[in-house]
Design a protein around this ligand. Structure first.
Ligand code: TYD
Length: 135
């Protein structure tokens, strides 16, 4: 995978004077079936989450509240994407190293994934990641 395979996906936004509404459906908006959702919150200033890749897991990350940066790299190139609205998210396919940083106060990150939690799916070592990438 290259970082070009990661991209922003816009979600529906239903404007309403009572408050806006957005939603995400498997298949229709994101290219996988959602098996698990987890969220990151109460992040102290300056902390970094992630810092690994997944062998099988594809994911979609949304800033439901506040803002943060997702830094993605394929080993050759690196890109920083700021997420700061709840009506779009970043699709990150398997095989991309990613970390999340610069969390604003009260930010809320939700990650939708197509796998159940599996520690074996994580690549936490950079050299292992580079070797895995070469196949
Ligand atoms: P982890 O994904 O390692 O977070 P980070 O990459 O930001 O360090 O998850 C942190 C801990 O939470 C880890 O011990 C495993 C646990 N965890 C689950 O039990 N289930 C899950 O779905 C997730 C995402 C994490």
């Amino acid at each position: 995978m290259s970082i070009e395979d990661a991209h922003i996906i816009d979600l529906p936004k239903i404007h309403d004077v009572r408050g806006n509404l957005s939603f995400v459906e498997s298949g229709g908006h994101i290219p996988f079936d959602i098996k698990r959702s987890y969220w990151i919150y109460d992040v102290p200033g300056g902390q970094v989450r992630g810092g690994h890749a997944f062998k099988r897991q594809n994911e979609f990350i949304i800033a439901l509240s506040g803002s943060f940066d997702v830094v993605i790299t394929d080993g050759d190139n690196e890109r920083t994407i700021q997420l700061n609205r709840s009506y779009y998210g970043l699709y990150v396919p398997k095989g991309i190293w990613r970390r999340m940083e610069n969390f604003s106060t009260n930010s809320l990150a939700i990650c939708l994934a197509d796998t159940l939690y599996s520690p074996e799916d994580y690549i936490r070592d950079w050299d292992t990641f580079l070797k895995h990438k070469e196949g």
